[in-house]
Design a protein around this ligand. Structure first.
Ligand code: IVH
Length: 668
């Protein structure tokens, strides 16, 4: 190839690659395969190797170009990178609106409402259409030059379609999936884990070696445009559309509103929808749309008067580990729980965090008195994600797991292949009490009005020594009324619930008995296959293992359990009390044609006629399998009210979607 032909081919490839990158990284809509993309990159690289003087800074090969830097240069921002004032509730937003209207002498105002991306603020400078400098926010006045690292982010255009000179600002971030993947790899290499996607994005961009940033799958959303010479842009929303046209990644969830009450509704809707996003947000940003009005309102010393950040209640907080409590569960497993200095997390007070087992205490090097970062995601129990070792004073003390059961003082053992310590005393009061709590729980016998606390007090008062005793409580009314917080009404309610539970289908009882390794699903399968408890008790190992979901270990556990005389006595006592021992669902025989036979079903949105658990039970009973996420393997999606991204995905994939009414019709 001669020089002219090479030059033409290089120009063509650069254009194609950047176009395809935009489809892939900015628009999330790839048009070619990864192989085709790699092939073009390889061809370009080969040509540039042959003609090194033709390499330009905007070539896609230059995204990971340079050598590691010795340090980052400082960058003084042309206009300071300000932060925003905060709003923590609806009234703060109404106050903001009042201030804006007052400031504008009651002109009409339009607001743009955007997601507040939880990443790292960056500023990008373009000269004559070429990306020349990228910086962190720093202290707002001076940041660090991280151009090399930002160039590795594919959603940042290296060259714009027009020779524009301007500065734009936005957020660099790591998606939840990229974050999980990164931490998994780090765990495999036994490297320290990142606490959250924000820290890992910031950590990646502060690497002196751009190859590290390049390996980290970072993304951007641009949310601010500086002055553009020779172009008249009158509003923020117009600016965002213009940025989109130039090839920047601009968040699609933005909306404009004329009324603060509409803004509030939108903000509230995102408080709920937030977990559905593939990236983290920590709030919403509300901005006055018109640039003329923005100018009129101006700035305070720290932040613009024309914008405000609404912060969602924090899901992470720093607090102190006061002590570690050790408790014994129904299987005898001893679990440590962190007792924390109370702290507000996602709007509620948190005092305890799960530590799972001793291993975690060791791995994290946790000491009593340590400051820790606690995190809560959705309605999951809070967890300690990081120990702030830098805040240690030397006063911290190591924690020792006990060698004896905190409730019955018998020696704890570690079974082979298990991390957990166990109390193996079958008479241990903790094991019995917790076993009873499990029996009454929602997934088991579902005894409404008989929570953990009531069970504990019935047990402590000697009114029940086994779960069967619950069914003989109606003769002990007087004693029940003596218990703390037990009035006529609550006793009636409790006895009614106990009576009603006698009619449960037998899988609830089977699960409630707490047979080792037998979860709710296995209990269901057993009930379905054998029809009643007598047949299950008589089943042989071969018959049990012949069932798909049941392996040799579970079979052995079932046989051992039912061979115990005290278990046989317990079942007799339950039978005599009138507790149902039969499977009441539809028994599935191989090949039987049920409405959901062999179908993989996803439930999304809110159902009004039945709870999600009930819906799942019904689908399973009618032959279906319920899974959490929509994929090509999904056969059917049942969409209740306010269904969101799962419904969208189902529609995209052309999967059959039923609304609640159609679903109920199928059930009947
Ligand atoms: S506007 C002068 N819009 O939140 C106004 N900021 O204190 C500049 N952020 O550090 C900010 N998403 O990094 C704006 N859609 C968004 C944002 C956003 C995230 C960050 C930004 C800044 C902080 C606000």
């Amino acid at each position: 190839m001669d020089r002219v032909a090479a030059e033409q081919q290089i120009a063509k490839l650069k254009k194609r690659i950047e176009e395809e990158s935009r489809h892939y990284y900015t628009e999330d809509n790839p048009q070619i395969t990864d192989q085709e993309y790699d092939q073009m990159m390889r061809e370009l690289q080969d040509l540039e190797d042959q003609w090194p003087d033709m390499v330009t800074p905007d070539s896609p090969t230059q995204r990971v170009g340079g050598m590691p830097l010795p340090f980052f240069e400082k960058v003084v921002h042309k206009t300071p990178m300000l932060s925003l004032g905060n709003a923590f509730d609806e009234d703060d937003l109404r106050d903001f609106d009042r201030r804006v209207r007052q400031g504008l002498g009651n002109q009409t105002v339009r607001y743009v409402c955007e997601l507040k991306i939880d990443g790292l603020a960056v500023s990008l400078r373009y000269e004559n259409g070429l990306f020349v400098k990228g910086a962190t926010r720093g202290d707002g006045t001076t940041g660090e030059d991280i151009t090399q690292n930002l160039k590795t982010i594919r959603s940042i255009p290296l060259r714009l379609p027009e020779p524009i000179t301007m500065e734009v600002r936005g957020e660099a971030f790591m998606s939840k999936i990229a974050f999980d993947r990164l931490n998994k790899e780090r765990a495999e290499r036994e490297e320290a884990l990142f606490a959250n996607p924000r820290n890992s994005a910031a950590g990646s961009l502060r690497q002196l070696d751009p190859k590290i940033a390049a390996s980290r799958s970072l993304s951007t959303f641009i949310y601010q445009i500086g002055e553009v010479e020779g172009r008249q842009i009158d509003s923020h929303s117009e600016g965002l559309t213009f940025l989109e046209r130039l090839g920047f990644s601009v968040n699609q969830e933005r909306r404009t509103f004329d009324d603060i009450e509409e803004v509030i509704k939108f903000v509230q809707s995102w408080t709920l929808k937030r977990p559905e996003l593939s990236y983290e947000i920590d709030g919403m940003v509300i901005k006055v749309d018109s640039f003329a009005q923005q100018q009129e309102l101006g700035f305070t010393a720290k932040s613009p008067r024309w914008a405000i950040a609404y912060k969602f209640p924090a899901e992470e907080a720093v607090t102190q580990l006061k002590d570690i409590e050790v408790s014994v569960g129904r299987t005898g497993v001893v679990t440590p729980t962190a007792l924390l200095q109370p702290v507000i997390l996602a709007g509620t007070e948190v005092k305890r965090a799960s530590l799972h087992n001793e291993d975690i205490i060791m791995k994290k090097g946790l000491l009593l008195g340590d400051y820790v970062l606690v995190k809560k995601a959705g309605d999951i129990i809070p967890e300690i994600v990081e120990v702030l070792k830098g805040r240690r004073t030397g006063e911290e003390r190591p924690f020792m797991m006990p060698t004896h059961c905190p409730e019955c003082a018998s020696e704890l053992v570690r079974l082979p292949d298990e991390v957990a310590l166990r109390c193996i005393n079958p008479e241990c009061p903790a094991v019995i009490r917790e076993g009873m709590s499990h029996f009454v729980s929602r997934q088991a016998m579902n005894l409404d009005g008989l929570g953990e606390k009531v069970v504990a007090s019935l047990f402590a008062a000697g009114l029940i020594t086994s779960v069967a005793d619950l069914y003989y409580l109606q003769d002990k009314r007087e004693q029940l009324l003596q218990l703390e917080r037990m009035g006529e009404k609550s006793v009636d309610k409790m006895l009614q619930a106990i009576e009603a539970s006698k009619e449960n289908s037998v899988e609830r009882l089977l699960f409630g008995l707490g047979i080792r390794l037998v979860g709710a699903k296995a209990a269901k399968v057993l009930a379905e296959q054998f029809g009643d408890i007598d047949h299950i008790m008589q089943a042989t190992a071969e018959e049990l293992i012949a069932i798909d979901e049941i392996g040799p270990k579970m079979a052995e556990s079932i046989l051992t359990y039912f061979s115990m005389p005290q278990v046989q006595e317990l079942i007799e006592k339950l039978k005599n009390a009138g507790v149902n021992m039969k499977y009441k669902g539809v028994r599935v025989q191989a090949g039987e044609d049920l409405p959901f036979s062999g179908k993989t079903v996803v439930l999304t949105g809110t159902l009004t006629q039945l709870t999600r658990q009930e819906a799942e039970e019904k689908i399973a009973m009618l032959g279906g399998k319920v899974t959490g996420s929509v994929s090509k393997k999904t056969d059917l999606v049942i969409a209740g009210e306010k269904a969101g991204s799962k419904l969208e995905k189902a529609e995209k994939l052309g999967i059959t979607v039923l609304d609640e009414e159609a679903f109920l019709a199928l059930l009947s």
